[in-house]
Design a protein around this ligand. Structure first.
Ligand SMILES: [Cu+2]
Length: 200
């Protein structure tokens, strides 16, 4: 009999707990629902819990003027930043490149693991090998270009990269691929940079 009472009490508590959550969700204004509601409801949740991805390519500049990769956009992630990997106080850390990255005249910019990369923060869909997504690269002089980014677990062979594309007269983007971010010992957890983290 005692067990039964305890069981009923536990069930009542569970039901009221779920009921409270449901009521909270039902009662929210349209603006407060979705991702932003979830984020603001858990302000202490570290950004590192978001799924991360990295993507990589090489930009070759055949021109006499430098250009600059200023921005990357895609539906694949909530936030996209251009990062470099640098030693800071003896620790490898990601540093956001808010002003973009230069592609020297008659030179190239290589984005690759352990160096410059595009950081996908809060990916909307797991990055599965064999699938692909599209992204738009914005260059200061050459304009923008949409690329198709194939997903691999590790750096693919030369003939498996995404299709190379020309941008303007002088730029070519090649060596295109992406992966879900692996966990790396000794590397600070990837996080959205302060500029992209309202409220922190
Ligand atoms: Cu990064």
């Amino acid at each position: 009999m005692k067990f039964r009472i305890a069981f009923v009490l536990v069930m009542a508590l569970l039901v009221s707990a779920f009921g409270a959550v449901a009521a909270q969700q039902m009662g929210g204004t349209p603006e407060s629902q979705g991702h932003s509601d979830h984020m603001s409801a858990t302000p202490d949740m570290p950004k590192g819990n978001l799924s991360m991805g990295g993507f990589y390519f090489t930009v070759t500049n055949a021109g006499e003027e430098p250009d600059r990769l200023v921005k990357v956009e895609s539906d694949i992630a909530q936030t996209i930043e251009i990062h470099n990997v640098e030693m800071k106080d003896g620790v490898m850390a990601m540093s956001p490149q808010h002003d973009g990255v230069e592609i020297p005249a008659n030179g190239e910019l290589v984005l690759e693991p352990g160096s410059y990369h595009v950081m996908l923060i809060g990916i909307n869909k797991s990055l599965l090998e064999g699938e692909e997504f599209s992204a738009t690269l914005f260059f200061e002089n050459a304009g923008d270009v949409e690329i198709t980014v194939p997903i691999y677990v590790a750096q693919p062979d030369e003939d498996e990269f995404g299709d190379a594309v020309k941008v303007g007269d002088d730029l070519e983007v090649s060596g295109i691929w992406a992966r879900q971010a692996p966990k790396v010992d000794g590397m600070a957890t990837p996080m959205a940079s302060p500029a992209a983290t309202p409220g922190s």
